[in-house]
Design a protein around this ligand. Structure first.
Ligand code: NAD
Length: 502
């Protein structure tokens, strides 16, 4: 992998500096400003990123436009496909390095990220398989004088804005279909995790992509994301992040009448029936809410459990949670790392205080890990709360599970659907009839039966309600990046009355 910026060590300091990537060149921001990326485990600055302003966004959008109208736009789907396969291979070859960068940026587990990076190449392979299969249709017209067909063309320059919790995978969910469609992109990663995206982008040049196909803007300034989302040179916006930010992004995109995909927050239910395999359910509940320190949009943070098995399931989950190995996220044996940054840490602790004030019983965890210090929060299980409790309604984005009981199936579904979000859900039962019946009534874009938190390039992902608009992954994600053009061919050669519509 090439280093993104030549001579990138900052003189006299130990941290490496990373530039913006615009038109294939690593460059400082026009203002020359930089900002630090802090490793949430060590609390130390580990890298420095260029701090772009709106004027850098202009340059990046112009570079993406030039590539779209130039070398990239001239390629056929077959040629794009070949490049994407090479990129997929390079991602897999560099999985370990990319994973280490993500861990330093965000404190996520190496154990998870290395698997994620190895799998991520598969997204480029999957969409490479679609790049050469973009077909229009021949459409029968009511008037036999016409032949009508459609072609599907790339929408143009895409603005991608990503969060800190899985920067490269969530970029890939946008980039792979956008490349397959023939679009170019400007991405702005989160200010909390800027580095991995810059390094990843250098792989496109190594794979042989023309300059300017993917441009990276790093910035710690809020107005820069807004400038990109509302840029008049952009044709579509793809965003993953908080619901409140998503509303601002959608408003900015709408001003340009641009299409937008939004992958937003969640408060996903896991319903456990009395006949479930409780060992498997406990494992799935753990995977849902404690993996990635609970910092996943699809976190199964509301456990809705039949009252007959409530005590046993809470005992199983709490015992496993209390025994979890917290520590250095770079250590492959670690099961949970720190919360990713200070604002997020404060937010999680604030939720725990509110929950206790509202009457929660703390079955395990409940606060910071005093031995480890830093941003470590112990995996927490809260019981005894009503469905109106704040922690049962609001996204915590941390390792906090709230538990509520039910008696009848209808009641479980009512509780599960009593949320403005609709991203994911889980159903645990051995009854095949009930499994499908209940899964079919959870208002969410992704439901797992007897499992949780599984994704694939071929399976659509996205949310209902406040969890977003549009879908990523799967064949239909290509539609987000393609325009339809209808072409009418006059066959008779006759002229017609010019004053009436044909
Ligand atoms: P965030 O909304 O604070 O930030 C996301 C990105 O938006 C960052 O790059 C940020 O700099 C940028 N941004 C901030 N203000 C902006 C503005 N006004 N205009 C344009 N861009 C702006 O989210 P976060 O804290 O980084 O991520 C956590 C959130 O993301 C959680 O709510 C989580 O549920 C959600 N998330 C959703 C999914 C999904 O697929 N549905 C996946 C991961 C995370």
């Amino acid at each position: 992998m090439t280093k993104p910026k030549s001579g990138s060590s900052v003189t006299g300091e130990q941290v490496e500096a990373f530039g913006l990537l615009i038109g294939g060149r690593s460059t400082d921001s026009l203002s020359g400003r930089t900002f630090d990326s802090v490793n949430p485990y060590t609390g130390q600055v580990w890298a420095r990123a260029a701090d772009a302003g709106p004027e850098d966004v202009d340059a990046a959008v112009a570079a993406a436009r030039a590539a779209f109208e130039g070398a990239w736009g001239a390629l056929t789907g077959f040629e794009r496909s070949a490049l994407m396969r090479r990129l997929g291979d390079l991602v897999a070859d560099n999985a370990e390095r990319l994973a280490r960068l993500e861990v330093s940026d965000s404190g996520k587990l190496y154990r998870e990220m290395v698997g994620q990076m190895k799998a991520m190449g598969g997204w480029y392979h999957y969409y490479a398989g679609l790049a050469d299969k973009i077909e229009g249709r021949s459409i029968p017209a009511p008037n036999p004088d016409y032949l009508v067909y459609t072609t599907r063309v790339p929408v143009g320059v895409v603005a991608a804005i990503t969060p800190w919790n899985s920067p490269l995978l969530l970029l890939t969910w946008k980039l792979a279909p956008a490349l397959a469609a023939g679009c170019t992109m400007v991405v702005k990663p989160s200010e909390h995790s800027p580095i991995s995206t810059v390094v990843f982008a250098s792989l496109l040049a190594e794979a042989g992509f023309p300059a300017g196909v993917l441009n990276v803007i790093t910035s710690q300034r809020g107005e820069v994301g807004a400038a990109l989302a509302g840029h008049p040179g952009v044709d579509a916006v793809a965003f993953t992040g908080a619901t409140s930010t998503g509303r601002a992004v959608a408003t900015a995109a709408a001003r340009n009448l641009n299409r937008v995909t939004l992958e937003l927050g969640g408060k996903s239910p896991q319903i456990v029936f009395a006949d479930a395999d409780l060992g498997a359910a406990a494992n799935g509940v753990m995977a849902g809410v404690f993996a990635a320190t609970g910092q996943t949009c699809m976190a199964g943070s509301r456990l809705i459990v039949h009252e007959d098995v409530h005590d046993e399931l809470v005992r199983l989950v709490s015992a496993r949670a209390s025994a979890m190995r917290l520590g250095d996220p770079q250590d492959p044996a670690t099961e949970m790392g720190p919360v990713a940054n200070k604002p997020q840490y404060d937010k999680v602790l604030g939720h725990l205080r509110t929950a206790v004030d509202e009457g929660a019983h703390v079955a395990c965890g409940g606060g910071p890990d005093d031995d480890l210090g830093g941003y470590f929060v112990r995996p927490t299980v809260l019981t005894g709360l009503g469905p109106d409790a704040t922690v049962f309604r609001e996204e915590v984005f941390g390792p906090v599970l709230s538990v509520h009981t039910f008696n009848e199936e209808d009641e479980a579904l009512r509780l599960a659907n009593d949320t403005p979000f609709g991203l994911a859900g889980g159903v645990w039962t051995k009854d095949v009839h009930r499994a499908h019946r209940v899964a079919g009534q959870i208002r969410a874009g992704n439901v797992w039966i007897n499992d949780y938190r599984v994704v694939a390039p071929s399976v659509p992902f996205g949310g209902f309600g406040d969890s977003g608009i549009g879908r990523e992954n799967g064949i239909a994600a290509m539609d987000e990046y393609l325009e339809n053009r209808a072409i009418w061919v006059q066959l008779s050669g006759r002229t017609r009355d010019p004053f009436v519509m044909g």
